[in-house]
Design a protein around this ligand. Structure first.
Ligand SMILES: Cc1cc2nc3c(=O)[nH]c(=O)nc-3n(C[C@H](O)[C@H](O)[C@H](O)COP(=O)(O)OP(=O)(O)OC[C@H]3O[C@@H](n4cnc5c(N)ncnc54)[C@H](O)[C@@H]3O)c2cc1C
Length: 381
């Protein structure tokens, strides 16, 4: 199917990023997986070439492109099976909080560095005791003079080791009666006393992603680091989570498409009983079904994307895109893996890693069950 979303400048950008990926990402992936994180320097190289926050306006030190360039980056990362270099999380999930809700001073201080790769960002909502029920977080931020004092623990935080700036959700009003209005967001610099990066977590997949625990112990953060007004954190998160969910859907469809393409090629080469396994009717029917799922997913995500970039606020559609495409990607990758036989169980095969990488897509950015809770509300149920 022809895609109508992109224009010439996006195609040129795709070519440039694809070349960057082949040169600066692919040769290092095995080492990144072994070390459990991407090289810090690669973030700077990506920034220097305009691949971080490509949508950020030139007045803020950004490249002055648009969100579709970010889509290109996410799709191309999926194409090379890079699941740990969280450029999308940085550019399209965390930095938008600063750009949308930051004061002029905050924007001046941080945005240009986010685009250049000087600052790698993370967002810390989840805690050991709560993830889905965000209003129940226990991290506190108590006003003290011109500062707030943060105490609490966060877990499963992407970019947790490499981050220079973390947007932290904390309770400024611990009264459970004000659960939603009691949350504020703070930008915390990595060097602040009382902020400690805990251990990098060992995961099923995304081996090159430095997902970590973070600790805040009497960590003094200037009130000037608070994003927006006190108590508006939950509202800001709810607003920005739509794009986060759409980003997951973009990665899910692109990942499934790539695995399918590689599987089609493999089944044409691999022979059994005197012929390529692509010639068995079971192979053909399964791959046809996988293609149908990818195309339906692609059509829906592209439609939601088109409306999203046109400025529509799409709660239902982003939630549906997130749960449907991530379930679909898991099914497609599982189907594809089967055609690799025993090789599909070997870690050196990309399809094996894609299978493990895909599982988390149904969990993070709001679990697929939470997506259905949201859609049910939208349906008036
Ligand atoms: C690799 C990875 C990276 C992550 N990166 C980040 C990050 O950068 N920043 C961050 O803040 N968080 C991050 N997370 C956390 C992630 O967003 C949470 O794990 C997720 O939101 C679920 O929260 P939880 O783990 O506490 O599960 P829980 O909330 O305890 O949920 C457990 C189960 O109960 C179900 N459930 C809960 N409530 C309901 C309900 N109302 N109806 C039906 N079912 C329900 C859930 O769907 C799930 O199946 C990451 C997680 C992983 C694994």
């Amino acid at each position: 199917m022809d895609r109508t979303l992109f224009h010439e400048e996006h195609d040129t950008f795709r070519k440039a990023f694809r070349a960057f990926a082949e040169r600066e990402i692919v040769p290092h992936q095995a080492r990144w997986r072994d070390q459990g994180q991407v090289d810090r320097d690669t973030w700077r190289k990506a920034g220097a070439q305009g691949f971080l926050c490509p949508w950020l306006g030139e007045q803020h030190g950004g490249p002055g492109g648009d969100f579709l360039m970010s889509v290109v980056v996410m799709e191309e990362l999926a194409r090379v099976y890079e699941s740990g270099f969280a450029m999308g999380l940085h550019s399209d999930i965390v930095v938008p909080y600063i750009e949308s809700f930051g004061s002029d001073d905050q924007k001046r201080k941080w945005l240009a560095g986010c685009a250049s790769g000087e600052f790698v960002t993370a967002i810390a909502m989840t805690e050991p005791g709560t993830g889905s029920d965000l209003a129940a977080i226990a991290t506190t931020a108590v006003a003290s003079g011109d500062d707030y004092v943060l105490n609490g623990q966060k877990t499963f935080i992407s970019n947790g080791q490499l981050c220079d700036l973390v947007v932290v959700a904390a309770k400024t009003d611990p009264d459970p009666a004000n659960a939603h209005k009691g949350i504020s967001l703070f930008v915390v610099e990595a060097a602040r006393a009382g902020f400690t990066k805990g251990k990098r977590l060992h995961k099923m997949g995304m081996a090159s992603q430095d997902t970590s625990e973070l600790y805040f112990e009497d960590c003094r953060v200037p009130a000037a680091n608070r994003l927006g007004a006190e108590g508006t954190g939950f509202m800001m998160l709810m607003q920005k989570l739509q794009q986060e969910r759409l980003c997951v859907a973009i990665g899910a469809v692109a990942g499934a498409e790539q695995v399918l393409a590689d599987t089609i090629a493999y089944t044409k080469e691999r022979r059994a009983f005197g012929k390529p396994i692509s010639k068995f009717q079971n192979t053909q029917f399964k791959l046809v079904e996988a293609l149908a799922k990818c195309e339906v997913g692609r059509a829906y995500v592209d439609k939601v994307l088109a409306e999203h970039v046109a400025g529509k606020y799409l709660v239902k559609e982003c939630s549906i895109a997130k749960f449907w495409t991530t379930d679909m990607a898991q099914e497609v990758i599982d189907t594809c893996l089967q055609f690799f036989g025993g090789y599909g169980y070997m870690l050196e095969y990309p399809v094996t890693r894609a299978f493990m990488d895909a599982r988390v897509q149904r969990i993070y950015a709001g679990t697929n069950e939470i997506m259905k809770v949201i859609v049910a509300k939208q349906m008036g149920l």
